[in-house]
Design a protein around this ligand. Structure first.
Ligand code: F6P
Length: 342
């Protein structure tokens, strides 16, 4: 078979490991050929593509980002875009497509499969870990490790200056990165989109810590967290999938905490550092397993499906089921994190 691969949406550590896994399995296991479309659906629409083989995908396992490039291009936003993808695949003799992406990229894949009859097998990717049908997406644990390292560093400067440190992390509308990173770093408060927060309550926790002799505090806030009754901090801009650009809540929070507690406060917005660089071992292994399993699913003709992780097993899930609902934070996990709040 001739199999197309593309990476769509925000980049994520482990994308290259998936590409390597698919190609290695497909070439060694079945003599298949591979074509990598550049820049997500943009490349699939116009036929911007490059051949992939064992040589061109060698040495990329630890590399962050994606050798194919990515974009948030949505073929369904372009006049005749879906038909154009179908035509391109036919022109290039592509028998099946493996899109690696989050809910947007895989949402397009699902429609192309059901409406255009394109044979697809998806691979779930996002640092946000907010995709259904899989316990974890690859890239998430790397982002969590980066947040944990940042909190460790903030701790030493916070305690030296007796300051409140407010750390803003990514995650869009799910608090997975904030909660895992905050728990691993020993945060004194974690604010997540799933639970609108009361600024006075956050300040009360900080004051309580001070009364108990801890003269510094670490507050982790997810970019999509909202104060009770208030809106999220977002720009007016939306991408082709209608998502607003989040970020900046730490600016207001730093000011409010300082004003209401009287303690000196500083904020850090970690931003795209969370997506950059080499994947940690966990994500390299998960991404490799996903890549090999996606190739096996193509060979079995399991189209319209996505590979996922259930407990410690790699499984196949219908794209319809996986994309039905975003996977929001597990309330039980947050309750465990709360045990350690100030
Ligand atoms: O979905 C991954 C993510 O990193 C989100 O956590 C964040 O809100 C968004 O992408 C940022 O997107 P961009 O790279 O377009 O700024």
């Amino acid at each position: 078979m001739r199999i197309g691969i593309l990476t769509g949406g925000g980049d994520c550590p482990g994308l290259n490991a998936v590409i390597r896994g698919i190609v290695r399995r497909g070439v060694r296991g079945g003599g298949h050929e591979f074509l990598g479309f550049r820049n997500g659906w943009a490349g699939a629409m116009v036929g911007n593509a490059t051949d992939l083989d064992v040589e061109t995908t060698s040495g990329i396992l630890p590399r962050g980002g994606t050798i194919l490039g990515t974009s948030r291009t949505n073929p369904y936003k372009e006049e005749g875009g879906a038909e154009q993808v179908k035509r391109t695949l036919e022109q290039h003799g592509v028998d099946a497509l493996i899109p690696i992406g989050g809910e947007d990229t895989l949402g397009v894949a699902r429609r192309l499969h059901s409406e255009q009859g394109i044979p697809v097998v998806g691979v779930p990717k996002t640092i946000d870990n907010d995709l259904g049908g899989t316990d974890f997406t690859f890239g998430f644990q790397t982002a969590v490790q980066i947040v944990t390292d940042a909190i460790d560093r903030l701790h030493t400067t916070a305690e030296s200056h007796n300051r409140v440190m407010v750390l803003e992390v990514m995650g869009r509308h799910a608090g997975w990165i904030a909660t895992y990173g905050g728990m691993a770093g020993g945060a004194d408060a974690i604010l997540v989109p799933e639970r609108p927060f009361d600024v006075d309550e956050v300040c009360e926790r900080v004051k309580r810590r001070h009364r108990n002799g801890h003269l510094f505090s670490i507050v982790v806030v997810s970019e999509g967290a909202k104060p009770i009754g208030g809106g999220e901090t977002a720009s007016e801009q939306t991408d082709e999938f209608g998502h607003v650009r989040l970020g900046g809540i730490a600016v207001a929070l730093e000011r409010e905490v300082e004003q209401r507690t009287g303690f000196e406060s500083r904020m850090t917005i970690l931003g795209h550092v969370q997506r950059g660089g080499t994947p940690i071992a966990y994500d390299r292994v998960l991404a490799t397993r996903f890549g090999v399993a996606a190739m096996d699913a193509v060979a079995d003709g399991a189209f319209g499906q996505m590979v996922g992780l259930h407990a410690s097993d790699i499984v196949r899930v219908d794209l319809d089921d996986a994309l039905a609902e975003p996977k929001l934070l597990d309330p039980g996990l947050y309750e465990t994190a709360e045990v350690f709040f100030g």
